[in-house]
Write a protein that binds this ligand. Structure first.
Ligand SMILES: C[S@@+](CC[C@H](N)C(=O)[O-])C[C@H]1O[C@@H](n2cnc3c(N)ncnc32)[C@H](O)[C@@H]1O
Length: 312
């Protein structure tokens, strides 16, 4: 049996190493769903114990035999119990998540960063950019800001706009922009899709790249999601309509006006991709194969959008 209250943490646990071992065992027995940045009980134990104790993973080896204080032990045990009893995802317990090799602050106002788009950004969106360097990038539906901030890191000369409809999410995004020291070229704007972006860019109001991980989950998938996902904001998951793609449809219609000639839209729709193809059968997406194993990220350029969108 896994623990379900802080009192149950055995007093013989003393070191970081003890806590890692014990937490891994507890999480492994608890039949949890792993899908918020980790994929096993052990990885999750590492993220929870090191994350909560604020020990950088690359320094953990020198601190494995450091003692955990009684106060820290009680708080850590309470976190483990919440992970098990309430199915709270680890990043909401530690307040931090990793994405594209970077640290982000998170709280329950934002989706936990996990988009497979990370891999495309880490390889500089090549070969799709064809060697070009984007000057203006929009991360629409930014949440924690993870995608746009990873893009700003990948393209150090680019001006980046992070936009979201949710003021709480934007507070988290702003904190992450500060954390990464990007205030001079990353702006954070409240906007319903493109509606609030007026004047967001210097010169004309269009972007070389629009990155977007919108809400796209359909009602059937929402109903069957593991308990862990119910801690995330519903507005970050549910895309509207029977197929979850109402917001995406609005976005596709509006996107050409905000893309430069030759500009790219990089859109995550996950397992709603077949529904997207049914809605817009003439759009010729590229679906990159992702080494890290994610799927459902489509890439299309402005001309492809204009040519393929249904005209009704
Ligand atoms: C799936 S989350 C993605 C968050 C982040 N980009 C990531 O990948 O972790 C979707 C985000 O879209 C935002 N959103 C929902 N409707 C929106 C709209 N009409 N305009 C702009 N943002 C919207 C939500 O507030 C949420 O932060």
């Amino acid at each position: 049996m896994a623990i379900s209250s802080r009192e149950a943490a055995p007093p013989e646990l003393q070191t970081v190493r003890d806590w890692l071992r014990w937490t891994g065992s507890q999480l492994g027995r608890a039949e949890l769903h792993f899908g918020h940045g980790t994929d096993s009980a052990w990885d999750e134990a590492v993220a929870l114990v090191l994350g909560w104790l604020r020990i950088p993973e690359d320094r953990a080896d020198v601190l494995l035999d450091a003692r955990v204080t009684r106060q820290e032990a009680a708080a850590l045990a309470a976190c483990i119990a919440r992970r098990i009893d309430e199915r709270v995802p680890v990043p909401y317990l530690t307040g931090c998540a990793r994405f594209a090799g970077l640290e982000f602050e998170v709280d329950p106002r934002v989706l936990i960063p996990r988009s497979p788009m990370a891999e495309l950004l880490q390889t500089g969106l090549q070969p799709w950019l064809g060697g070009r360097q984007p000057h203006r990038i929009l991360d629409l539906c930014t949440g924690s800001g993870c995608i746009g901030i990873a893009a700003a890191m990948a393209f150090p000369e680019a001006e980046v706009v992070l936009a979201d409809i949710d003021a709480g999410a934007l507070e988290v995004a702003r904190r992450n922009v500060r954390r990464h020291g990007l205030e001079d070229r990353v702006r954070v704007l409240e906007s319903d899709l493109f509606a609030g972006l007026g004047g967001a860019t210097s010169g004309d109001a269009s972007f070389d790249v629009i990155l977007c991980n919108p809400p796209y989950v359909d009602p059937a998938d929402l109903a069957s999601m593991p308990e862990e996902f119910r801690h995330e904001p519903m507005a970050a998951l549910a895309g509207g309509g029977a197929d979850g793609l109402e917001l995406v449809q609005r976005l596709l219609r509006a996107a050409p006006e905000h893309l430069q000639d030759g500009g790219l839209l990089v859109l995550e729709v996950g397992n709603s991709a077949p529904a997207l193809l049914a809605r817009e059968p003439k759009l010729e997406w590229v679906w990159p194969e992702l080494e890290a194993g994610g799927f459902g990220v489509g890439i299309i350029d402005r001309a492809g959008l204009v040519a393929g969108l249904r005209q009704d």
